[in-house]
Design a protein around this ligand. Structure first.
Ligand SMILES: [Zn+2]
Length: 343
């Protein structure tokens, strides 16, 4: 199988193209967007944004969507310890948080002296959704992603918080629309079959018109709210992030040693379904991104991806089938389904 000669993306990556040197289009995209980025300048911009948030004089300067995972823990650290912002950490209970995520949430909110809000629909609601999305599209992550952002925006509105700072890294996590993307339409088409209108509200952000109506009702003037992704403003180095959160925050990794997706005990399943469908999983895209970024060598990326994506996850598969009431036949059928027709 052909792989990019610079990162490790395989020829099965949807819509991949290689130049005459065998370098893939994602590597060229990275060079255009990130390689020459001036992070000193970006750092100054970040300080200006923090200043702006403080000037609004609200109870909280910013919200950090907080899963207890590596990136969001580091984001909380930067916002509190480096930028000195008054932070409200917001967690979405997806019903699948690992014990380590809960430990980190509790401990890191204490260490960083951050306020904390958690919201989650009932497990029965989440379970129905995960099952329905898996059967219809072959993946189950959309309800959680929708729920996180709807919760964050609702809490921002409720506490009138001017800034949202997330630790989502497009450099690392970009998987392309054919593998993973979602929108309100996809969610509504599938969820409206099983949820009431009220239950749907937990997953959909308010429309701009409804936001304005709410603010007017409370006698508030419509004001600009900013949302930024921290990795766009600083060098997002995986090893350095792990060092800081372990030393400064006492961050706990997953029991299996993995530092990814601590907020989801079904994370190994996500990787498994991607490998089944595309021949590679998220570990490959992650290590490919780290190679581009110069954090690890190409050989190291290959070794790590092959090791991580060939782990035995039989017990995770059994747990997934049991908890979502999915049969072996349904597992096989889901492989040929895609979310694209719903977008
Ligand atoms: Zn490449």
């Amino acid at each position: 199988m052909q792989r990019c000669s610079r990162c490790i993306l395989p020829e099965t990556y949807p819509d991949i193209t290689f130049d005459t040197n065998g370098v893939c289009h994602k590597c060229h995209e990275y060079d255009l967007k990130y390689a020459s980025r001036d992070y000193a300048k970006r750092g100054v911009e970040l300080t200006c944004i923090a200043e702006w948030a403080r000037r609004q004089g609200k109870r909280f300067d910013c919200i950090v969507p907080f899963s207890g995972g590596k990136d969001s823990s580091y984001t909380l650290y930067v916002c509190r310890k480096q930028l000195g912002l008054k932070v409200l950490a917001v967690n979405f209970n997806n019903g699948l948080r690992t014990p380590e995520a809960l430990i980190n949430i509790e401990h890191i909110c204490q260490v960083t002296d951050s306020a904390f809000v958690c919201y989650g629909p009932s497990w029965q609601t989440m379970r129905k959704l995960y099952r329905a999305f898996f059967l219809a599209t072959g993946q189950f992550c959309v309800p959680c992603d929708m729920g996180i952002w709807a919760t964050v925006h609702r809490v921002a509105e409720q506490y009138d918080v001017p800034l949202i700072v997330s630790g989502f890294s497009a450099q690392i996590e970009s998987r392309g629309p054919k593998i993973y993307s979602y929108n309100d339409r996809l969610f509504q088409t599938i969820a409206s079959r099983i949820l009431t209108k009220d239950e749907m509200r937990d997953f959909l952000s308010l429309s701009p018109a409804r936001k304005i109506a709410r603010r007017l009702k409370r006698g508030r003037v419509t004001r600009y709210r900013r949302q930024i992704s921290l990795p766009e403003y600083m060098n997002w180095d995986d090893a350095e992030i792990k060092r800081v959160i372990s030393q400064e925050l006492g961050w706990t990794p997953r029991a299996d040693g993995s530092s990814d997706h601590i907020d989801c005990c079904f994370a190994p399943m996500k990787g498994y379904f991607n490998v089944q469908k595309w021949g590679f999983g998220e570990k490959t895209t992650k290590y490919a991104a780290m190679t581009r970024h110069g954090e690890i060598t190409r050989d190291e990326a290959l070794t790590r991806a092959q090791r991580d994506e060939s782990r035995n996850i039989d017990s995770a598969i059994a747990d997934f089938k049991r908890r979502l009431d999915v049969t072996s036949e349904e597992m096989v059928a889901a492989k040929s389904r895609t979310h694209l027709e719903f977008l």
